[in-house]
Design a protein around this ligand. Structure first.
Ligand code: NGQ
Ligand code: ZN
Length: 455
């Protein structure tokens, strides 16, 4: 068989872990993988070229209710009252709606610079809890949406078994989330058949409140769970920490480390409320802290101990979670701003004199996001997928920005899109700010939303 010659691309400045590579080039093979990096020859990508960002935490359906829970209710509004609104909305979404919403969301993700998404998916069954004729119908809707939009997907079907730490049964509105362990493992097995260069499957345990200890042990012991990413929501709300202490005698993260071999395959989503001991445990384990700053702000969760965690060399990534905002720039900006507001200091994420906040956070989130996604590494180098973004070098904001200042300007000062082009696996999904199929996907989304609004 004749070898296919890789496609060469050139860029004026290409972001690598060593900093900006000048007049660099990437060679991409026919599977969309980078097979060479070095001197720049070939089609010019643009001026500032960065690796695309993985989004490590998404509940796609929630995009369609963004902005609909911002009005004061009868009781004190909290995470738990938001969850009631979210459950009511979730009950209206079936496979067709999910596909339309997710495809629209994924287009928005691509246009903002995300090239990969981890979908933490728990809307498995019909609203009353009856499985669909094809039990994995909702998962397949997400796979199809990712394919239509052209974003790479790590699908994390979620195990959800109980309604609280006391092991109580699922509430009526939670029934569509539920599986027993054998049915969950069958779902995982069925979805594995859909894996490809662009689709991966991992495991998600919804939370310690939703997964009893014995079920967690059984799933983690199964061969299917031995090599894939494992995600869990943990310690997002103080109430959860208190319930865990009361029922299990330990704080959530502490308890997890005592009962599972938490390593770099794991992503602990939120991990907001950590003791000093837990911060150290999480950092040393190599697991990813899955931070979702805009959602955590929107839901009133609290602030992650970023400085201590970075001082302990902890790994982090970002997710847009409830999609109240869909932008890696906004996640990283608010990650830093939350710390500034609470400490009344500046430049918190950069821990050494002279380091830039943006040049610290963008690569950190690339690395953690890749790990969480089950991908080799979050940087442009050989044997990684050619997922990259090109900034708009004609934007007035970037005028006279140089290698030392462009990433900070991109992260902190942009109020209009600065991501001009987006490539996933060697193929252009966004060119000149336009996604290749955005009109059709948006039109279908509008039709679906109008239908849902009438229910
Ligand atoms: C979720 N979202 O699973 O969608 C959760 C809310 C829960 C966030 N925590 C439901 N942001 O935690 O029970
Ligand atoms: Zn979540």
């Amino acid at each position: 068989m004749a070898a296919v010659i890789p496609t060469p691309y050139a860029a004026d400045r290409l972001w690598t872990p060593q900093g900006w590579l000048r007049d660099g080039g990437v060679q991409v093979d026919d599977r969309g993988m980078i097979v060479g990096l070095g001197a720049g020859e070939g089609e010019r990508l643009g001026h500032w070229v960065l690796p695309g960002m993985p989004n490590l935490h998404s509940h796609a359906f929630q995009r369609a209710m963004a902005g609909l829970a911002e009005r004061k209710g009868k009781t004190d509004d909290s995470f738990w009252t938001w969850r009631e609104t979210m459950y009511a909305f979730a009950a209206t979404v079936g496979p067709d709606e999910l596909q339309a919403i997710a495809a629209q969301l994924y287009v928005e993700m691509l246009k903002s610079g995300y090239t990969q998404v981890c979908e933490f998916h728990y809307l498995h069954h019909q609203p009353d809890g009856t499985p669909y004729a094809q039990p994995e119908a909702m998962s397949l809707a997400l796979i199809e949406a990712a394919r239509e939009a052209g974003i790479a997907l790590t699908l994390l079907p979620v195990l959800y078994m109980s309604g609280g730490f006391d092991g109580r049964a699922l509430a009526p509105r939670q029934r569509r989330f539920g599986h027993d362990v054998p049915a969950y493992l069958r779902l995982l097995q069925a979805l594995r058949a859909h894996e490809s260069d662009r689709v991966r499957v991992g495991i998600a345990l919804h939370s310690l409140r939703a997964v009893p200890e014995e079920a967690m042990r059984q799933v983690l012991a199964d061969d299917l769970a031995k090599t894939c990413p494992v995600h869990i929501h943990i310690a997002e709300q103080i109430g959860e920490v208190q319930d865990c202490l009361a029922t299990r005698g330990a704080r959530p993260v502490e308890w997890l480390f005592d009962h599972a071999d938490v390593d770099s395959r794991w992503t602990l989503v939120h991990a907001t409320h950590l003791s000093a001991k837990e911060t150290g445990q999480l950092a040393r384990s190599g697991a990813v802290a899955g931070l979702c700053p805009t959602t955590e702000a929107n839901l009133g969760d609290g602030l992650f101990p970023l400085a201590d965690y970075l001082d302990a060399s902890g790994t982090l990534g970002i997710g847009s979670d409830s999609h109240i905002s869909v932008s890696p720039v906004e996640e990283l900006r608010w990650l830093e701003y939350g710390q500034r507001l609470s400490t009344r200091h500046r430049n918190i994420a950069s821990r050494r004199q002279g380091d830039s906040v943006g040049e610290t956070l963008w690569p950190a989130a690339l690395r953690g996001g890749a790990l969480a996604s089950g991908l080799p590494i979050g940087e442009l180098r050989e044997a990684t997928r050619a997922d990259l973004i090109v900034l708009d070098d004609r934007a007035p904001l970037l005028a006279a920005r140089d290698e030392a200042s462009v990433i900070d300007s991109f992260l902190f000062a942009g109020n209009v899109p600065l991501v001009r082009d987006v490539m996933v696996g060697g193929a252009w999904m966004v060119r000149d700010f336009v996604h290749r199929d955005e009109d059709r996907i948006a039109a279908r989304y509008r039709t679906v939303m109008e239908r849902l609004a009438q229910r």
